[in-house]
Design a protein around this ligand. Structure first.
Ligand code: PAF
Length: 287
C-alpha cells in the first residue's frame, strides 16, 4: 500500500492509473476505522481494480461546539487495517492539501434544503463541510465509484444530490449499515459509551424495527408511531433529537395518512445517551 500525504503525489498515481484504463474505487473516511469502514473497503474492491482510501478529519464539518480536537485519531492502527485489506493507496493529507486557499475565502458547496433538516438542523453547516470536502477529494482522486455507508443516510443523499447537480462523473454506492451482534450500528462514537450506556444503546435499533413493524401494520398514524418510539427511548434515558419518518429519496417528512405513492420510507433517529450522540436509520418499503 502506498501512503501519500500530498495532492501532487496522489495525482501522479491517479494519472498513471487512468492512462492505463484502471478503474478507481474510493472510500473517504475520517479514520478511527472499524468493521463498518472495512465493509466499504471490501465492497470497493468488488467494483474496481484500484482502491483508494482517504483519512482526513475535516474541520469544516465540525460545529464550533463540537470537539474537533478530541476526535479519535488512530493513524497507525488504521494503516495496519488497510494494509490487511490490500488497499492500493492511503491518502493522508494535511489541511493545506485539502484547503490550499485562505480559510476565510474558502469556496463552499451548499446543498439547500437537505442541509437544513434533521441532522443539518441540529448541526448547522455540517453538510456544507461534508459536501465541500467530498467535492475536493473527488477532484483529487478522480474515482469511478465512491462508496459511503447508509448509516449516515442524509450524508449519502447530500452527496448524491451534489454529484447529480454538478454533473460529476462518479457513481455513488450506498452500503448497508454494519451492526454489532446486538444491533447497535457501528460507529467511532460507540467507544465513548460507558458500560451501562453500551447496554442501553441497542434500544435505538429496537425502536427503529418496532416503528417499522407498526408502520407496515398500518394501524397507527405516523405521529403515533414516532411518539411511541420517542417515549420508549426517553424512558431508557435517551434525549431524542429527532425520530422521523421520511421519504427515502429526499427526506421529506411523512404526513399522515401515508400517500399511496409514498412507499419507500426511511425512519431516522438521532439520540443522545449521556454525552454521546448516536445516529441510526432503517429503510422500509411498504410495497
Ligand atoms: O462519513 C465520514 O466519515 C465523513 O463525513 C466524510 C464522508 C469522510 C467526509 O469528511
Amino acid at each position: 500500500m502506498n501512503v501519500f500525504a500530498t495532492a501532487d503525489d496522489l495525482r501522479h498515481q491517479v494519472t498513471s492509473w487512468t492512462q492505463s484504463n484502471s478503474k478507481i474505487a474510493f472510500v473517504p473516511t475520517m479514520g478511527n476505522l472499524h468493521a463498518g469502514h472495512l465493509s466499504l473497503v471490501r465492497a470497493a474492491r468488488q467494483y474496481c481494480d484500484k482502491v483508494i482510501v482517504s483519512i482526513f478529519v475535516n474541520p469544516l464539518q465540525f460545529g464550533a461546539d463540537e470537539d474537533l480536537a478530541g476526535y479519535p485519531r488512530t493513524p497507525e492502527a488504521d494503516r495496519v487495517l488497510l494494509e490487511a485489506e490490500d488497499v492500493d493507496v492511503l491518502f493522508l493529507p494535511g489541511k493545506k492539501e485539502i484547503y490550499p486557499g485562505e480559510p476565510d475565502q474558502q469556496i463552499l458547496i451548499e446543498v439547500p434544503v437537505l442541509d437544513n433538516i434533521l441532522e443539518g438542523k441540529n448541526r448547522p453547516g455540517h453538510f456544507r463541510g461534508v459536501a465541500t470536502v467530498v467535492r475536493r477529494l473527488f477532484d483529487l482522486v478522480h474515482p469511478d465509484v465512491a462508496i459511503f455507508g447508509k448509516k449516515d443516510y442524509q450524508q449519502l443523499l447530500v452527496i448524491r444530490r451534489m454529484v447529480t447537480e454538478l454533473g460529476l462523473q462518479v457513481r455513488i454506492e450506498g452500503l448497508e449499515t454494519v451492526r454489532e451482534t446486538d444491533g447497535l450500528a457501528m460507529s467511532s462514537r460507540n467507544q465513548y459509551l460507558s458500560p451501562d450506556e453500551r447496554l442501553l444503546a441497542p434500544a435505538i435499533y429496537q425502536t427503529l424495527k418496532e416503528s417499522a413493524t407498526l408502520l407496515a401494520d398500518g394501524a397507527e398514524t405516523v405521529a403515533q408511531v414516532t411518539g411511541r418510539g420517542r417515549e420508549m427511548l426517553e424512558k431508557k434515558g435517551f434525549t431524542v433529537d429527532y425520530l422521523a419518518v421520511c421519504r427515502q429519496n429526499d427526506l421529506a417528512p411523512l404526513v399522515t395518512p401515508i400517500e399511496p405513492d409514498e412507499k419507500a420510507l426511511v425512519i431516522l433517529i438521532a439520540a443522545r445517551l449521556g454525552t454521546t450522540r448516536l445516529l441510526d436509520n432503517l429503510e422500509l418499503n411498504l410495497a
